[in-house]
Write a protein that binds this ligand. Structure first.
Ligand code: GLP
Length: 261
């Protein structure tokens, strides 16, 4: 795992955008895995800026989102479909049909999840998966207890997640209980996993992910098994890491050819 600690979420978002832009410059037809939530918003704003001001083009890029609520209309302001289009997809030059999001209105959920997995395979797999983390250590909507090799499927949200996401819906009662989510096994097949976490309230989940035992009780800890996982944190989210100073040293002393910025 490469743990990078930036002073604040703004500089962390800029670094994450630089890593994605570097990938697209090397491979204009890159396949990106995208995440919703408040954490990647700075990253998405920076990608939009690079698109507008530095002619970063997404014309040949394909995207796959991690998850979606079951039963919400895509036009619902709280759907991940809506959130993703508003925050990024509408603001860049993706080709028609290049963005895929699990279909929370599918009649046959099992078939729709299988089709989603097949579409990722057909696209050649995900080159870089953007990830946030839940307070309980969830990745996408893989709640604690999720199989570490799970695939795209239906999940029931935990009380912790319902509470955390109620801010978007106005009340806990309005948060759908069921979701469709890529599995941890699906996420682990991405060639690079880039997880972002900001703020004090994520510090425990981050410490468990990076320095705790690998366990389904903290789903994000599965990233310890990933060959190319980049964890980008602000100082607050990194505040409970025992090897905090070592991670800073490693990043400062990177050989030039390994540097992102
Ligand atoms: C949701 C999403 C996750 C996201 C998490 C954290 O439950 N399904 O993909 O990482 O919340 O959200 P936030 O970034 O808003 O803290």
């Amino acid at each position: 795992m490469e743990v990078i600690i930036k002073k604040d979420r703004e500089s962390a978002g800029r670094l994450a955008a630089k890593i994605i832009a570097g990938l697209i410059n090397r491979n204009p037809a890159a396949v990106l895995g995208l995440a919703t939530g408040s954490t990647p918003l700075g990253l998405y704003n920076e990608l939009v800026r690079m698109h507008k001001e530095e002619s970063l083009s997404f014309r040949h890029v394909k995207t796959f989102n991690l998850d979606e609520y079951i039963g919400l209309d895509p036009a619902d302001p709280c759907s991940f479909y809506n959130e993703m289009h508003t925050n990024l997809l509408k603001r860049i030059d993706l080709a028609e049909g290049a963005a895929q999001i699990p279909d929370g209105r599918a009649k046959d959920i099992v078939a729709s999840c299988e089709a989603y997995e097949a579409a990722i395979k057909r696209a050649g797999g995900i080159d870089l998966q953007v990830l946030g983390i839940g307070h309980d250590g969830h990745l996408a909507f893989n709640e604690p207890g999720s199989s570490l090799s799970s695939r795209t499927r239906i999940k029931t949200l935990s009380k912790v997640t319902i509470k955390a996401n109620a801010r978007f819906f106005g009340s806990e009662e309005r948060v759908p209980k069921h979701v469709m989510t890529m599995g941890l096994g699906t996420i682990m097949e991405a060639r690079t996993c880039m997880m972002l976490a900001f703020g004090k309230d994520k510090a425990d989940a981050v410490a468990a992910t990076v320095e705790g035992p690998v366990s389904a009780s903290c789903p994000a800890s599965v990233l310890q098994f990933h060959q190319n996982a980049i964890i980008i944190l602000d100082e607050e989210a990194a505040s409970k890491l025992q090897r905090h100073d070592y991670y800073i040293d490693v990043y400062e002393d990177k050989p030039d050819w390994q540097r992102y910025e």
